[in-house]
Ligand binder design. Sequence first.
Ligand code: GLN
Length: 537
Amino acid sequence: MAGSDSTRFIFVTGGVTSSLGKGIISASLAKLLQSRGYSVTIQKLDPYINIDPGTLNPYEHGECYVTEDGAETDLDLGHYERFLNVHTSQANNVTTGKVYQSVIEKERRGDYLGETVQVIPHITDEIKQRIKLLGENNEYDFVITEIGGTVGDIESLPYIEAIRQLKWVMGSNSLVIHLTLIPYLAAAKELKTKPTQHSVKMMLEYGVQPDILVCRTEKPLNDPLRNKIALFCNVEASSVIESIDTNSIYKVPLLMKEEKLDKVVLKMMKASSRKAPNLKKWEQFIRRLESPKSTIDIGLVGKYVELIDAYKSIIESLIHAGTENNCKVNLRLIQSEQLDEDNLHERLDGLKGVIVAPGFGDRGIEGKIMAITYVRERNIPFLGICLGMQCAMIEFARHVIGLPEAHSTEMKPGTPHPIIDIMEDQKKVHIKGGTMRLGAYPCTLREGSRVHEIYGQQNISERHRHRYEVNNLYMDRFEQAGMHATGINPESGLVEIIELKSHPWFIGVQFHPEYKSTVDKPHPLFIHFVKAAKKQK
Ligand code: GLN
């Protein structure tokens, strides 16, 4: 709880180019403040017109991250949760689509009583209200709001204007951190500050003076350079923060601590310092991450493997689980669409464990099924996630139960053996956005099962994002053949987990464990999957 102080608001903007790591800087600052005893939440404002990224192709925007309360959100929210170990919610991701939808609904209801509805003040008011919403009830000492995109983009303008107004009203209860790039010109052997000066100038044109500059760079910034940036951008030299390239996002909080980003923030916001940052656990994680005792090769079979952002949470979960097991996970990304009988062995050879990824649609399905036959027959540890679990059921039905035409009705609506079928309450759904089975649902584990042992408890809750499910009419045949439904939703009877008894480690989950793995609390399924992989000869 925020003591006598009211909630403080920190805005994070980006200049010069995208991909500077605003999300990681926001999460790192939040981590530092949290480690000093403050409660913090982080919010992402995305300037695109989609209501949420749920309808976006992963090629466009990477993974769609799902919160406990079922929001389909930007992948940065995954970083926020992985760093802070605190849940985010619907309110933590705002898009231009959501803002406009709400304003237009109000207009139709007559809420504006004859006014002309305009970007300023109506859209900006809606943005401000959504930022301030997280500060209500003084639940948080700090709300960090990251603004997607780059300053100068037409679509970010209303967001920058909203910040300008909030900053004007809130005074030292608010602060703007601007992320920029200091490029190194190899030919001149020099770091260049001009792009930073220009992007601050652009902020000034919009009426916003950044308070702190976080400068992304591949070489250390020396004092003369810091002083130059400070002088030309109207900030204190101590507010010029170096953000040097590093090989792991998890090192950024420590780098920001060295640069005193949290100290500068607290001082500028006149916040009383509660205690020195305690990052012991985090540092211990980094030490283990840096000095693994072994290396194992794990395969990830999916159709978006050219783009690692599409599987962000799975990849991070494997890093957490590897560290927990004192080993480095070498990830081999395998394009399911390209797998065939001829190259299967060569592509999967040497893997100690295989994950088959979530996904939608027909593309690459047969490759996923082929990979599952391979690992099932060779006793290689297997974790199937969502579509990956559904593929494991199809594979087993075809090759063990003896139903060669078994399929999911998602891929083959007319299949004579629909062992995966659309969920009953999805049949009447015709609108695509936000209508899947989303968010956290309870699951009861079968006593004596492998997952029961892994979780160490009988009732769990995991997050979902799907429309199809195991067709319970076939479950008896699966059970008889040795594939067991060891996790069931206690209310609907939906199969949430399947496992093979005769295999050393073969588990499929209808939910997404990767959304809940954090540095503080690596997910038990990933920990045990890596542990099983480590045992593989
Ligand atoms: N396409 C499958 C379904 O809708 C699986 C979804 C997923 O993997 N997230 O049920």
